[in-house]
Design a protein around this ligand. Structure first.
Ligand code: GUN
Length: 275
């Protein structure tokens, strides 16, 4: 019988711990404040931004919200980031992605002060992670580590396979598993004999961005599967990169979609904000 890793429950535990820590910081006169910037009105982004603001409220962090029109110029956005960088009362800055096409995303992420980079996307944060120095870590992969640890799943010495190599999930995921002393392999859409690689995994993290891509032929018996994907299937039902019904019976533990990795991202954002 497989265990379902409950991301909703674990993310709630984390937010409750952070709520206590934030209260202590506040009592010591060290309040936290997250500035959230959204450019344009992409409906999915609006939902994410709203959830981030709600989480701040729950944990007891102040939040500032900047909702800028779609046609905002790059220089205007850079100017706002510069002002927020300089503002002592602001401890974290988050620019919701994706940005409109006329804005250079890399330039924007570089402009955020690494001290306030709660998304962990700045090259300084990425570099710190890769050489084992403390710093902000990208929220989704940090959430995956918490899911594993808080479910009592040991990483040390295990064959960990990461499917996907994005800057936000795949690459930092590999670094974090390595930091936990896992034996890490990164594979992707161009990998030859992909099944041979994924079937080696004791822990398989899937972030390939293709609905129900992983079926039972990709996993070995008794593996742990973490599904980072989120999509709508042909019946408009939420699903992940993993075909849960087919894969779960072969696992020792697996995350569902929804209610697995998803809720962890915001919990880890709050963790980055509280510090
Ligand atoms: N868009 C989708 N996910 C994220 C995220 O984690 N951070 C930001 N800034 N934008 C996103």
């Amino acid at each position: 019988m497989y265990k379902i890793i409950d991301g909703k429950k674990i993310s709630q535990e984390i937010k409750d711990e952070l709520r206590e820590k934030a209260a202590q910081l506040k009592a010591a006169g060290e309040s936290r404040c997250l500035a959230v910037i959204q450019v344009g009105a992409d409906p999915a982004s609006s939902v994410y931004v709203n959830n981030k603001k709600k989480a701040c409220e729950y944990v007891g962090i102040e939040s500032l919200s900047y909702s800028l029109p779609e046609e905002t110029r790059e220089e205007e956005l850079l100017k706002l980031i510069g002002e927020l960088n300089a503002k002592k009362s602001v401890s974290g800055i988050l620019v919701q992605l994706p940005l409109p096409e006329h804005i250079n995303e890399e330039k924007i992420l570089l402009a955020i002060s690494p001290d306030k980079d709660v998304d962990g996307f700045h090259p300084v944060s990425v570099g710190n992670l890769s050489i084992g120095r403390p710093g902000f870590v990208s929220c989704t992969p940090a959430g995956v580590i918490q899911l594993l640890k808080r479910s009592g799943i040991e990483i040390q010495g295990k064959e960990c396979v990461v499917l996907g190599r994005s800057n936000i999930v795949g690459k930092p995921m590999a670094m974090l598993l390595l930091r936990e002393n896992g034996t890490v392999t990164v594979c992707h859409s161009k990998t030859v004999n992909l099944r041979e690689v994924t079937r080696r995994a004791d822990i398989l993290v899937v972030a390939i961005g293709k609905p129900k891509f992983i079926d039972e032929s990709y996993v070995k018996e008794g593996t742990v599967v973490i599904d980072v994907g989120i999509h709508r299937d042909e019946n408009n039902k939420l699903c992940g990169d993993v075909d849960f019904e087919r894969v779960a019976p072969h696992c020792s533990a697996i995350t569902p979609v929804p209610g697995g990795v998803g809720p962890m991202t915001i919990a880890m954002l709050m963790s980055n904000c509280v510090g």
